[in-house]
Design a protein around this ligand. Structure first.
Ligand code: ZN
Length: 260
């Protein structure tokens, strides 16, 4: 295939845009897998679970405290009843003995209940303090996550804008380059990320393989408008060390000889 070297060189610009688009895509994928975002999300979830557990514990403790309070009330009422009966003078000696023994047992029960009550109140206080602290941490974790998400959204917007720009540049370049050359480029680009590369010295800019002096003979002999391909990787090989267009003056003929 033949194409003006100037047009061939435009493929390098197209390649640069495609490389930029690939990098933008990679940046976006990296953002999706951002460990900071995953860590912050996990932390918030963990703290949320902890706060929910503590709230549950607190509700359980409140129920226990209420139950003990009711029992204390029952014991107190029963003891009052017993004392009223004893004071009434209507009870028999045997009954008085029974009431006395019950009062002692009720007093012991009340003592135990009051110990339980105290212990439950202490536990409640400690759970409440922990819940308070955890709620503060949940709030901080929520703010940290929101900051990370906002940063991420800003970066995504930036990537989107750069992708749009690169897409427009790509379209403009495609219009500027002859169709056959673009078709060749696109065909290669569908197979491999680098479809056009510079020939630097004897090295292909894509696969980085250095050509032997024997391989260089046909490359050097090829007319400048001949579209060359790298035999190793298949990309279009662009000679950037040659003058831009076909020489018409004696001076550029001389210049061309230096390179070929
Ligand atoms: Zn190559």
């Amino acid at each position: 295939m033949k194409a003006d070297l100037f047009d061939q060189r435009r493929l390098l610009e197209l390649q640069a845009v495609d490389t930029q688009l690939t990098q933008l895509e990679q940046r976006r994928r990296k953002l999706d897998a951002d460990p900071a975002l995953a860590t912050a999300t996990q932390r918030l979830r963990g703290l949320g679970d902890k706060a929910a557990h503590l709230s549950g514990d607190l509700a359980d403790l409140d129920r226990d405290i209420e139950r003990v309070e009711r029992e204390v009330e029952l014991v107190t009422r029963r003891a009052e009843g017993d004392r009223t009966r004893m004071a009434s003078g209507a009870a028999t000696a045997k009954e008085l003995e029974g009431l006395q023994s019950e009062l002692e047992s009720l007093a012991r029960r009340q003592g135990t209940l009051e110990d339980d009550q105290l212990e439950l109140m202490e536990r409640r206080e400690s759970v409440e303090t922990e819940l308070e602290t955890t709620r503060g941490q949940v709030e901080q974790a929520r703010e940290a996550l929101a900051r990370i998400e906002a940063d991420r959204d800003r970066t995504i917007a930036q990537i989107d804008a750069e992708t749009d720009d690169a897409g427009s540049t790509r379209e403009a370049l495609k219009i500027a380059v002859p169709d056959r050359l673009v078709e060749l480029y696109e065909r290669i680009h569908a197979r491999q990320p680098i479809a056009a590369a510079e020939l630097v010295g004897r090295r292909c800019g894509s696969c980085r393989i250095e050509k032997s002096p024997a391989d260089m003979i046909p490359i050097k002999a090829a007319p400048i408008d001949e579209v060359l391909r790298c035999e190793e990787c298949g990309c279009v090989l662009i000679r950037t060390e040659l003058p831009q267009s076909k020489p018409t003056t004696l001076a550029s003929e001389e210049e061309l000889k230096k390179y070929t």
